[in-house]
Write a protein of this length. Structure first.
Length: 519
């Protein structure tokens, strides 16, 4: 909640490139595409299939229970025949540390792992999936922990152990080391391969062919289950999936240096002051819970609110930052996405397109819509689709069939209107309620408006929202994952089925919610 740091974008890019030996000689000599994946499960050509979606799940236990585990069990029950699971990020809270991978990932998803019957024998950087999980990086997967915070965390561990039944702290000595734990857990960490063995490693595992004929990494469930890069694509059942790292194109634009910009800056500084005051109030209230006998669910809610306020503070600080990284945008990744979506449209074997990443461009969760990061991600994705539309022209169907995100701790289905923009008529699903504290929907309505040209226009509408609701004894906590059914045919049909593990009146029930078609 406090004292975490978010590394600069350029550092994230450079370190992740180093970990995969990005475009180094041995890779180039073999004509390897380091962003393409081939799933070798013997079923990847079948047009009718299903997959599951999780997001923002990576928390430990609190109040003697684990919502994440409840959702994982629901996933197993309702996704027995699902081919794979997409994860929309925040795999491990709070700072993506390797210290938390056992409790916050391996143990809850043990059935997905080879050797899962004895999860304590699995190390986080040696996981092999028999039920594939394809993750993207969330902001918490990149966060770091300054030395002083790590020391404080360990020194106060006895007190935290006393309170951990009620507050999920999830801190240890260190953070993610700029996403290093995620990279070692999920990505083919070529930097860790001995130089003398690198050629043999590439020749053993990069034996599949991409849609354009280059060599690419072969993902074999139960044997070798690595990702080629922090952003990547794969084709399954004729559907092209594009996994992005939105942490490197979510920086807000600089505030204009004029009278309007100065007014905006003053508004943000006032909001920042209010948020810091509320953050201190939350932490003071949390500190009053010194004994387990006096704690109740309000402590869990206070902890969640403090983390949410910290996130709002970080977003405003990024908007006010005029020096460090405001002009840094991961153009290489955005250009890659543009080129791959264009190539997908040109390929008669591709019958649909799904994009998934962490930060949602459209969302009605209580705090996300006005954030600078939301606007930045929306603008960057829209610019990619605008460029694709400029190449192939306006189509009778959306340029992408579905965009899936996390970050907002809820389940939500939104759809953009026919507004003349390149992202018109696209279905968006937010799946970020799979374990961490749930959040409410905003109070000012399900229709999202935006300045388009010189006018404020409606750009998207929320079709369904599943998140924290009710108050007092009627409070509902519907944690969720999602099942997506992909039908045969071109264009394909998609049916989404929310799967809910709900806590109400201190009791749990699991059920599949009403399905909805993505038209």
């Amino acid at each position: 909640m406090l004292f975490t740091t978010d590394p600069p974008i350029i550092e994230k890019i450079q370190k992740m490139q180093d970990r995969v030996r990005w475009q180094q000689t041995a890779v180039l000599e073999r004509n390897i595409d380091q962003t393409q994946l081939w799933i070798d499960d013997g079923q990847a050509e079948t047009e009718s299939f299903s997959f599951m979606v999780l997001g923002d799940s990576g928390t430990g236990r609190y109040r003697g229970d684990s919502p994440q585990r409840r959702v994982a069990e629901a996933l197993l029950a309702h996704g027995e025949d699902a081919r794979f699971t997409l994860h929309t990020g925040d795999v491990v809270y709070l700072v993506g540390s390797s210290e938390q991978y056992f409790e916050n990932f391996i143990e809850p998803y043990r059935e997905h792992l080879v050797g899962g019957h004895a999860p304590r024998q699995i190390t986080y950087d040696q996981m092999v999936f028999q039920r594939p999980i394809f993750p993207t990086l969330g902001n918490h997967d990149y966060y770091d922990l300054p030395i002083i915070s790590g020391i404080a965390s360990v020194v106060t561990r006895p007190l935290r152990r006393l309170l951990q039944t009620y507050v999920d702290v999830d801190l240890g000595w260190h953070g993610s080391y700029t996403g290093d734990a995620f990279a070692r857990a999920f990505i083919d960490y070529l930097r860790g391969v001995n130089e003398a063995q690198l050629a043999a490693h590439l020749d053993q595992h990069y034996t599949a062919k991409s849609p354009v004929g280059k060599r690419c990494l072969r993902y074999v469930p139960g044997e070798f289950t690595r990702l080629p890069n922090r952003y990547y694509s794969f084709r399954y059942g004729g559907i092209d999936f594009f996994a992005l790292d939105s942490n490197t194109f979510n920086t807000p634009r600089p505030i204009a240096d004029n009278a309007e910009g100065q007014q905006r800056r003053q508004q943000l500084e006032n909001s920042l002051q209010q948020l810091r005051a509320r953050q201190k109030q939350c932490l003071d209230e949390i500190a009053h819970y010194q004994h387990a006998e006096t704690a109740d669910e309000s402590l869990t809610d206070l902890s969640a609110e403090a983390e949410q306020v910290a996130e709002q503070i970080r977003d405003i600080e990024k908007q006010l930052d005029t020096v460090s990284q405001l002009n840094t945008v991961d153009l290489d990744q955005l250009n890659w996405l543009r080129d791959r979506i264009f190539a997908s449209w040109q390929d008669p074997q591709a019958r649909g397109r799904i994009v998934f990443f962490h930060h949602p461009p459209y969302v009605t969760e209580t705090t996300k819509w006005p954030q600078g990061q939301t606007l930045a991600v929306r603008r960057n994705l829209r610019s990619v689709l605008t460029a694709v539309e400029g190449q192939i022209g306006r189509q009778t169907r959306p340029l992408v069939d579905l965009v899936i995100n996390g970050h907002a701790h809820c389940m939500e289905h939104l759809q953009t209107g026919d507004n003349g923009l390149a992202d018109a008529r696209v279905n968006y699903i937010v799946c970020g309620g799979s374990g961490y504290s749930l959040r409410r929907q905003r109070t000012n309505g399900p229709t999202l408006q935006e300045a388009v040209g010189t006018e404020i226009q409606p750009v998207a509408h929320s079709q369904r929202y599943i998140g924290r609701a009710g108050h007092g004894s009627e409070k509902q906590r519907p944690y969720s994952c999602l099942r997506v059914e992909v039908k045969a045919g071109n264009p394909p049909q998609f049916v989404a089925i929310p799967v809910i593990a709900e806590k109400k009146h201190y009791e749990w029930k699991t059920y599949a919610d009403k399905p909805f078609e993505l038209r």
